[in-house]
Ligand binder design. Structure first.
Ligand code: F6P
Length: 550
């Protein structure tokens, strides 16, 4: 949706913003071909490295002056101070009046980070120690099901941040996971999700992690109740079996107890951890069960290395700052409204889905922190699929369509599952795509290949499509932590520039409220009085009259 201009908060009238507009006009006539021709060292100079990640942004449509102007804008809006405020635990989530302190989740044990005057690092490490002890017991077979069998399957029940991080991390780190334990993830209130996830499992060997920050989320509670019934059915309804087969991850001990899970089997976190920033809190319990406590510690070290870099590196070399600012440039000055995330690593197949919540729930906002309507575009649409699959489906549109799409390519020098020369083939494709997008193929080049004239326009690639490439040695727990932290902080940088609250999510509320009313109308024995719009009323009536009796 185009954001209609209203009384602006001032960002677009800043001199730095106006300067960037002029740069955009200046560069409009200088495609990437020309920028590369003018600077033979561009490929090396427009790159930065930190926490094991090498970021090549030479194929972004910027030059040194644009980068300087973007940093000027960051300085003008006080980015450095806002970063410090986040690390200090200030209430930067203004509309919910709380800190956004995910960096404390990976702080070293001897650090002190205070929230409202109380150090939280000791609590973080206390929970990590409890998680580790529990994970060891399950992995060693010491934690038994109700009739004494060891646990062979772990099912995480959660949605949004209580699902996407766990499932993404499990898939990403499968190489490091225990293969004799099955891991499943149930999120959708669609019963199919639960039924299919548990179809081949034995309830007497299954452990459920009910993962919900609030422990009031409709989908999660519905699935948790289904899991309870499924488990108890195997024990003739003996409710004491819950203690062996259910643990909870939540901030809400009262609701956990009300559900029937002993709070001794609850792993806590805090309201200053946003759901989409929580995969390294107790929400990562399934990850720790899969990869073990030592690998989980490596994951946290990767996060921490990127945090330290973000906090202290000069903006010129600061990966999250560079990525965030390049995103602002693409969104606001080149008019690109979508980012394709393209991991050339099968283990990262759920990474684009994970990033969708991180980026779009964070920066899909249209009022400033002060409540003014913005007069500029904010968060772009994120989407993607692993390479090379995407090449055989939607890349056509990226190469030759009429929309501008920025691409983030992600690849690794070493394969975790080497197979002949396939890793070289995979990475050759990654590099080739970035090159093709940037430089394209002119009509003359197409003609020189002997292409019939009628086909020439069809075979021309305009090029000048921007992309970044993130290259790392291999996908390890530490690399994954650094990669996630890179995106977390890039999202924050953009939120600071756009002056929006990246840590609230009021936009998800209305649908939840309407669904409650509608659910009651669908369940009602009597014909309900409907006061929706005529379309919704008709749909409800049709559903009620067409569904088969259960
Ligand atoms: O509806 C959105 C949301 O609040 C997300 O922000 C959150 O990650 C998800 O629901 C799940 O919430 P909870 O962990 O409280 O069940």
């Amino acid at each position: 949706m185009t954001v209609s201009p209203t009384i602006g908060p001032g960002l677009t009238s800043r001199p730095q913003w106006r300067a960037l507009r002029m740069h955009a006009e200046r560069l409009a006539g200088r495609p990437l071909r020309e920028l590369f021709a003018a600077d033979p060292l561009r490929g090396e100079r427009f790159a930065a490295e930190a926490a094991g990640l090498y970021l090549d942004y030479a194929k972004q449509r910027v030059d040194a002056d644009v980068l300087r102007a973007l940093r000027d804008l960051a300085d003008a809006v006080g980015l450095r101070e806002r970063i410090a405020a986040m690390f200090r635990g200030e209430h930067i989530n203004a509309t919910e009046s709380r800190p956004a302190l995910h960096v404390a989740l990976r702080a070293p044990q001897d650090d002190v980070i205070e929230v409202d005057g109380v150090d939280v690092v000791a609590d973080v490490h206390g929970v990590l120690a409890r998680m580790s002890a529990f994970a060891e017991r399950v992995r060693d077979g010491d934690w038994k099901g109700h009739d004494g069998r060891p646990i062979r399957a772990v099912v995480n029940i959660g949605i949004g941040g209580s699902d996407l991080g766990p499932v993404m991390a499990y898939e990403a780190l499968r190489h490091y996971s225990r293969r004799d334990l099955a891991f499943r993830f149930v999120s959708n209130v669609d019963g199919t999700d639960f039924v299919e996830a548990t179809r081949d499992l034995d309830p007497r060997e299954t452990l459920f992690i009910v993962c919900s920050k609030t422990f009031t989320t409709l989908e999660t509670l519905a699935n948790a109740h289904a899991a309870r019934a499924w488990t108890l059915a195997a024990y003739g309804g003996d409710a004491s079996a819950v203690a062996n087969h259910f643990v909870a991850v939540s901030t809400n001990a009262k609701e956990v107890a009300r559900f029937g899970i002993d709070t001794a089997n609850m792993f806590g976190f805090w309201d200053w951890v946003g759901g989409r920033y929580s995969m390294d809190s107790a929400v990562g319990l399934s990850t720790m069960l899969a990869i073990g406590p030592a690998n989980f510690r490596d994951l946290l070290s990767g996060f921490r290395a990127m945090d330290e870099h973000f906090r202290s590196a000069p903006f010129e070399q600061n990966l999250p700052v560079l990525m965030g600012l390049l995103g602002v440039w693409n969104t606001n000055f080149l008019g690109l409204d979508s980012v394709a995330v393209l991991p050339y690593e099968q283990y990262l197949k759920r990474f684009p889905a994970y990033l969708q919540q991180l980026t779009m729930e964070s920066n899909g906002k249209s009022v400033t922190r002060g409540g003014m309507r913005v007069d500029y575009a904010t968060g772009p649409v994120y989407w993607g699929e692993p390479g090379t699959n995407g090449q055989h489906s939607f890349y056509q549109l990226i190469h030759q369509g009429t929309r501008g799409i920025a691409c983030d390519f992600i690849g690794f020098c070493d394969a975790l599952a080497p197979l002949g020369d396939q890793h070289d083939l995979l990475i050759a494709n990654l590099f080739a795509q970035g090159e093709a997008l940037a430089f394209g193929r002119t009509a003359d080049e197409v003609r020189a290949e002997g292409t019939p004239e009628a086909l020439v326009p069809h075979r021309v690639f305009e090029g000048n499509r921007p992309s970044s490439t993130i290259l790392a040695q291999r996908l390890t727990p530490g690399t994954l932590g650094a990669l996630v932290a890179l995106y977390e902080h890039a999202v924050f940088v953009q939120g600071v520039i756009w002056d929006i609250d990246s840590f609230d999510q009021w936009g998800v509320e209305l649908g939840k409220i309407l669904a409650k009313t509608t659910a009651a109308q669908l369940a009602s024995e009597d014909e309900p009085v409907l006061a929706h719009d005529s379309s919704t009323n008709a749909l409800i009536r049709r559903y009620r009259s067409h569904r088969s009796p259960s």
